[in-house]
Design a protein. Structure first.
Length: 417
């Protein structure tokens, strides 16, 4: 596929038609060979690919005016668009079977494949301890020359971004909404700070509201862009566990901050310590790991006794929780187009993915082996997990809503809303 400006309208069209189902978009690209070919495909050809009826209707709508409007809006508001055909599209994302068709972004697009990146994620309602941990860890990472990646949500995410901004370091916010939709609204100042000194990106087109179903899907991008993921604090239903799940599935290092066994808000992050996460005893654990991966770029390794030293006057500002930087009130881009009310109502009916904390040891072992690419039971069987046991586990996981059965007795974690 040749990458030129004439193709961009087709990429945006495909992204809109398959929004919420990147697996379908990638299947179509593999089947037809390119975006123009998908756009030119008739109903009979499109039916060769398994999809829901409403998806087929969207793909049969060949009108490009909406895509052209989006491209024009992005150009006028300094919003970049990176398709998977662009040379700077991260290789880290190309390895995903459900990689995003394209990314909308504000700020300077960095070379994710050569930059040391660590995801710092956690609950939206952190304890005081988690707030201090998130800021301390993220500040140390920033001082070491490491890019922090998070979701620009309230709580732990905000703490991670604020620490990087405080240190004038690169930080990346991955949104579960359109690039021009600030959520939560109280993060407006932080949003502009990150956009001015770092990068904000999303796979959703402008004006997309922060629907509940967007965030679990967003988390796979956070995990993919990072070399290591750190979970600071999270309950059994925390979205941070979804990011952790993607990290384990992508076979990347995962750290979790040990929390109180009496605090339900730590139940999820503590659970991760039993399924492969390493206990985070200090930011030096992560930084030393990153130094091995990027010996020429990671330059600072804090010592254990750093945590016993009194913070400087500047650091006290960071840990006080007050506004860190006064920035000019940059105009927030106007919403491109109001979303239909019926679309907003879908957020109320959204059922979040089941929590992995509810799985037995054997179920978790099978579940983490699965991805969105369907596998048959024979590919999951091991010496201590014979095929009969695997079949029973898969049936149980299907009943509980963790996996989807496909033709040919194959299974995957694919969930299309």
């Amino acid at each position: 596929m040749d990458n030129n400006s004439n193709d961009l309208v087709y990429w945006v069209w495909l992204s809109n038609a398959t929004q919420g189902s990147p697996m379908l978009a990638n299947t179509l690209l593999k089947f037809f060979g390119g975006v123009k070919e998908i756009h030119g495909a008739d109903e009979e050809a499109l039916k060769s690919v398994r999809m829901k009826e409403n998806r087929l209707e969207l793909l049969l709508d060949k009108d490009l005016s909406r895509a052209e409007q989006i491209i024009d809006y992005c150009a006028k508001n300094s919003i970049g668009i990176a398709t998977m055909n662009d040379y700077f599209y991260p290789q880290k994302l190309r390895s995903l079977v459900d990689r995003p068709v394209l990314l909308y972004y504000l700020g300077n697009f960095i070379d994710f494949d050569s930059m040391p990146c660590v995801a710092v994620v956690g609950t939206r309602k952190p304890s005081d301890y988690a707030v201090v941990c998130a800021k301390r860890i993220s500040l140390d990472l920033a001082r070491a020359g490491i890019v922090t990646v998070s979701g620009l949500a309230s709580g732990v995410d905000s703490c991670a971004h604020k620490a990087s901004v405080f240190n004038d370091s690169l930080t990346v916010g991955v949104l579960g909404s359109g690039i021009d939709v600030i959520y939560p609204k109280e993060n407006a100042e932080l949003y502009h700070q990150v956009a001015q000194g770092g990068l904000i990106l999303t796979e959703y087109p402008p004006s997309t509201p922060p629907l509940g179903r967007n965030f679990p899907q967003r988390n796979r991008i956070i995990a993919a862009l990072a070399n290591i993921t750190v979970v600071v604090e999270g309950s059994e239903r925390s979205g941070a566990l979804i990011t952790a799940e993607h990290t384990l599935r992508q076979k990347k290092p995962l750290y979790s901050v040990p929390g109180s066994i009496f605090n339900p808000g730590c139940a999820g992050s503590n659970f991760l310590l039993t399924v492969g996460a390493q206990p985070l005893l200090g930011s030096y654990n992560v930084i030393q790991d990153m130094e091995k991966l990027f010996p020429d770029k990671v330059r600072y390794v804090p010592q254990k006794d750093d945590y016993e030293k009194k913070p400087t006057k500047e650091e006290k500002r960071l840990f006080s929780g007050k506004n860190l930087v006064k920035v000019s009130q940059a105009k927030i881009p106007p919403v491109f187009d109001d979303s239909p009310k019926k679309e907003k109502n879908k957020a109320d009916n959204f059922t979040p993915p089941p929590s992995i904390t509810e799985l037995s040891e054997q179920e978790l072992k099978i579940y983490t082996k699965l991805g969105q690419e369907p596998l048959n039971p024979n590919e999951l069987a091991e010496d201590d997990l014979p095929i009969k046991t695997v079949l029973k586990i898969l049936t149980a996981l299907e009943i509980k809503g963790y996996v989807t059965r496909h033709p040919g007795a194959k299974f995957s974690t694919f969930r299309e809303e």
